[in-house]
Design a protein around this ligand. Structure first.
Ligand SMILES: *Cc1c(COP(=O)(O)O)cnc(C)c1O
Length: 402
């Protein structure tokens, strides 16, 4: 189908109004094609994308190795259930183990689903440790929309209207070790935390915070569970964000970028914990399917061939320079700048969604979270000249609000 044959955005939007449940706020734009850090809409307009695929498209749109791997696999096997062995699932599990802490993998299809598995496994382990079931989670955290993941998400706005929540979650402020110390009693099976809060505003851990949680968990007999759904797979300049902080989790989840834009999630668990999940205790029909696994292997290969973990650090440095210059130019508009690799958050003194809308008019895609935080999750393949171009657009937009 050529671009000319694709119905314009208007027809698609009208079709959605009739047939698609309106649970998302959508821009009145229909995207039809993407390449690298660009996407095109049905009218042929090109957008520079600093938030590709809500963090899923870590390598940009349609990364060549991922496209090739899927093309090759799709004619061999699309899906077979987990009642069989399949080569790619074993290979991807090994690739992830070798780049993390040598644990074992359970594959699923999304972040929420990976966190459900983690919560179930933590409780299965906790049961063996004197009937522990409570999971301690952090305020402003985000773990997904299914019921246990939602219950773990300590943000009342997401619970509202859907109560009662799943029992057995205890909330404490993020970056508050004293509060965690108070909360981790003999009934606690696990502490669940995002090493860097994503949806919560790109909140970085205070020095010693994650190390302190690790220590508290060890002393109290609780598991340390990391939600790396957004931070994982190279996003921060290491394969997993915990590797910046000299700790090792008991269980970790990853999803968004895991398979370069193909739906996939994973729980990685230390082998001694993983052994608690016996046949019949947990499952996912599509989990670990050959298409997603081949895509994931292609992501690993791409990151290593192009040295993209290093590249993430250079992208961070370049964005930092731009935002610091903007901060000097617009001191009333720009507050704190937080970044690790290609996870970037900037505090604004105004509603960030206005900035997002104004950027979109100039064909630059960015994101707002928690009201006043401008969030970018650019691709690891984003070139320097495009960083400069996009930051130039941002400067023009911010000038309007100054
Ligand atoms: C996006 C996200 C989730 C939820 O992932 P889904 O794939 O939407 O279910 C969970 N945790 C974190 C940290 C996320 O960023």
């Amino acid at each position: 189908m050529s671009v000319a044959e694709i119905a314009g955005s208007e027809a698609t939007i009208a079709q959605f109004a009739r047939h698609v449940i309106p649970n998302y706020t959508r821009y009145p734009v229909c995207l039809v094609r993407g390449e690298g850090s660009f996407v095109w809409d049905a009218e042929g307009r090109r957008y520079l994308d600093f938030f590709p695929g809500w963090g899923c498209n870590l390598l940009g749109h349609c990364p060549p190795r991922v496209v090739e791997a899927i093309r090759e696999q799709v004619g061999l096997l699309i899906h077979v259930p987990n009642t069989w062995y399949m080569e790619a699932q074993g290979q991807f599990a090994q690739a992830l183990a070798e780049r993390s802490f040598g644990g074992q993998a359970f594959f699923c299809n999304s972040g929420a689903e990976a966190n459900e598995a983690m919560i179930k496994l933590a409780r299965a382990v906790g049961r063996q440790r004197g009937g522990r079931s409570v999971i301690v989670t952090m305020e402003k955290g985000f773990h997904g929309r299914t019921y246990a993941a939602l219950s773990a998400t300590a943000q009342p706005k997401y619970h509202h209207g859907f109560e009662p929540m799943v029992p057995g979650f205890r909330y404490v402020p993020y970056n508050d070790l004293a509060a965690a110390d108070q909360a981790i009693g003999a009934d606690v099976a696990a502490v669940l935390v995002e090493p860097i809060q994503g949806e919560g505003g790109i909140n970085l851990p205070a020095p010693g915070y994650l190390e302190g949680l690790r220590d508290l968990c060890d002393r109290r007999g609780a598991l340390l569970c990391l939600d790396e759904v957004q931070t994982g797979m190279g996003r921060t300049g290491k394969w997993f964000a915990y590797q910046h902080f000299g700790i090792i989790p008991d269980i970790l989840t990853c999803a968004k970028a895991l398979a370069g834009g193909v739906a996939a999630g994973v729980m990685l668990a230390r082998a001694e914990h993983a052994a608690h999940l016996k046949p019949g205790m947990h499952a996912s029909t599509f989990g670990g399917n050959p298409l997603a696994m081949r895509a994931g292997l292609a992501v690993v290969e791409t990151i290593e061939v192009h040295d993209l973990l290093q590249r993430a650090q250079r992208i961070e440095a370049r964005f930092r320079r731009h935002f610091e210059a903007l901060q000097t130019k617009f001191p009333d508009l720009i507050g704190d700048i937080r970044a690790l690799g290609t996870m970037i958050g900037v505090d604004l003194s105004i509603d960030a969604s206005q900035v997002v809308a104004a950027c979109m008019e100039r064909r630059l895609l960015v994101n707002a979270t928690q009201g006043r935080v401008l969030r970018l999750l650019p691709a690891l393949t984003l070139e320097d000249d495009l960083i400069d171009e996009g930051c130039g657009i941002l400067a023009d937009v911010l000038r309007e609000f100054a």
